[in-house]
Design a protein around this ligand. Structure first.
Ligand SMILES: Nc1nc2c(ncn2[C@@H]2O[C@H](COP(=O)(O)OP(=O)(O)O)[C@@H](O)[C@H]2O)c(=O)[nH]1
Ligand SMILES: [Mg+2]
Length: 324
C-alpha cells in the first residue's frame, strides 16, 4: 500500500473514532493541502453528512466569537458534541491565540465534547473555502453533532464558506445603520437567521426596523422568513442565545420538511465544491509545473507596464499546461 494511503488510513480510523489529535492532524493536512489529504478525504467522505453545520458571519467586532462560545455552550448543555471552526484572523480562537482562547473560554475549550480550531489565512493559491469545508467534513465524520463556522462577513471566500452551511446566522449590532446598508447583498440573502447582538446598546429598535426593511426586499424562494433574534452575548447569563438556538433549529426543521429543497441545496453545494476542487487542482498543477518563484511579481510588473496583456499570458500558460 502506498505510504500516503497507509498514513491516511490510520488517520481516518482515529478521526472516525472521534480522537481529537487525529482530527487536529487531519485538519492540518487539508489546510496545507498535503498529499495525504486527498486519500484521507476519500476515506471519510462516506461518513459525512450527519452534522448540522451552522455558519455565523458578520462584521469584525460584532460579537461572533462571543456568540459562538455561548451557542456552543447551549449545545454542550444538551449533551451534544460541538466543533468550532473560526475563519477570522482577529478571532480569539485564531492562530497564536490558542492560549488566549483557553483563558477566555476556559470551560468550553477544555470540554471533552468541544473541538475548536481556527483556519490559517491562505496564500495566493486561495483554497481557504476548500480547506474550511474539508475541516468541517472531518468534524462531521468524527461525530460532532453541530459544527459552528465563524467567518468575517467580507470577501468572496467567506461568502463561499457560509454558503456551504446548513443554516447561516448573520450577526449585526445596533447603531450600525450604515454598515447594515453596506452588508453585501449576498450576505443578506444567505442569512437564514439574523441576530442583533449587543442588544444592551442603544438603537436596537432602529436596527430591527432597518433589518426588517431589508429582509422584505429579499424574497426567498423557499418561503422561509428569517427571524431576527436579539442577543447579549456577554451578559451573565447570556441573553437570547437559547432563542437563537431555537431559531436555528426551526430553520433546520423547515429544511428537513422539504426534502426536495434540501436535495437541491445539497446538489448546489456539491456543484460549487466540485468546480472549486477542479479549479484548485488545475491551478495548483499549472503553478507547480509552469510557474517558477517570482513569476507572479514579474508578470504583474509587465502587465502594469503594458508590456504584456493578461489574456495573452493566460492563453500561453494554459496551452503549455495542456500540452504536458
Ligand atoms: N456590550 C456588549 N459587548 C459585546 C457583546 N458581545 C460581544 N461583545 C464584545 O464585543 C467585542 C468583540 O467581540 P467578538 O466576539 O470578539 O466579536 P467578533 O469579532 O465578531 O468575533 C468584545 O470585546 C466582546 O466582549 C454584547 O452582547 N454586548
Ligand atoms: Mg471573532
Amino acid at each position: 500500500m502506498p505510504d500516503n494511503e497507509s498514513v491516511a488510513a490510520t488517520l481516518a480510523e482515529g478521526i472516525l473514532a472521534g480522537r481529537s489529535r487525529a482530527i487536529a492532524r487531519g485538519i492540518s493536512l487539508v489546510e496545507n493541502d498535503d498529499p495525504e489529504a486527498g486519500s484521507l478525504l476519500k476515506l471519510i467522505f462516506p461518513r459525512t453528512g450527519r452534522a448540522s453545520v451552522i455558519g455565523l458571519t458578520g462584521a469584525p467586532g460584532a460579537g461572533k466569537s462571543s456568540l459562538t462560545d455561548k451557542l456552543a455552550q447551549v449545545y454542550v448543555d444538551r449533551q451534544q458534541r460541538v466543533g468550532i471552526v473560526a475563519v477570522d484572523p482577529s478571532s480569539p480562537f485564531s492562530g497564536g491565540a490558542i492560549l488566549g482562547d483557553r483563558i477566555r473560554m476556559p470551560k468550553l475549550a477544555m470540554h471533552p465534547n468541544v473541538f475548536i480550531r481556527s483556519m490559517a489565512t491562505r496564500g495566493n493559491l486561495g483554497g481557504l473555502a476548500r480547506a474550511t469545508t474539508e475541516a468541517v467534513m472531518l468534524l462531521d465524520a468524527a461525530g460532532y453533532d453541530v459544527v459552528i463556522v465563524e467567518t468575517v462577513g467580507v470577501g468572496q471566500d467567506e461568502v463561499d464558506i457560509v454558503k456551504t452551511a446548513d443554516a447561516t446566522v448573520v450577526v449585526v449590532v445596533p447603531g450600525m445603520g450604515d454598515d447594515i446598508q453596506s452588508i453585501k447583498a449576498g450576505i443578506m440573502e444567505i442569512g437564514d437567521v439574523f441576530v442583533i447582538n449587543k442588544a444592551d446598546r442603544d438603537g436596537v429598535e432602529r436596527t430591527q426596523m432597518e433589518l426588517e426593511a431589508l429582509l422584505e426586499l429579499a424574497a426567498r424562494s423557499d418561503g422561509w422568513q428569517p427571524p431576527i433574534v436579539r442577543t447579549i452575548a456577554t451578559a451573565t447569563p447570556p441573553v437570547g442565545v437559547e432563542e437563537l438556538a431555537t431559531a436555528i433549529a426551526s430553520y433546520l426543521e423547515c429544511v428537513a420538511r422539504h426534502p426536495e429543497t434540501r436535495a437541491a441545496r445539497q446538489r448546489r453545494i456539491m456543484e460549487r465544491r466540485l468546480l472549486e476542487l477542479i479549479r484548485d487542482r488545475i491551478l495548483r498543477q499549472v503553478w507547480q509545473r509552469e510557474l517558477r518563484d517570482g513569476w507572479l511579481e514579474e508578470a504583474l510588473e509587465r502587465i502594469s507596464n503594458r508590456e504584456l496583456d493578461p489574456y495573452t499570458l493566460v492563453d500561453d500558460i494554459v496551452q503549455k499546461a495542456l500540452r504536458t
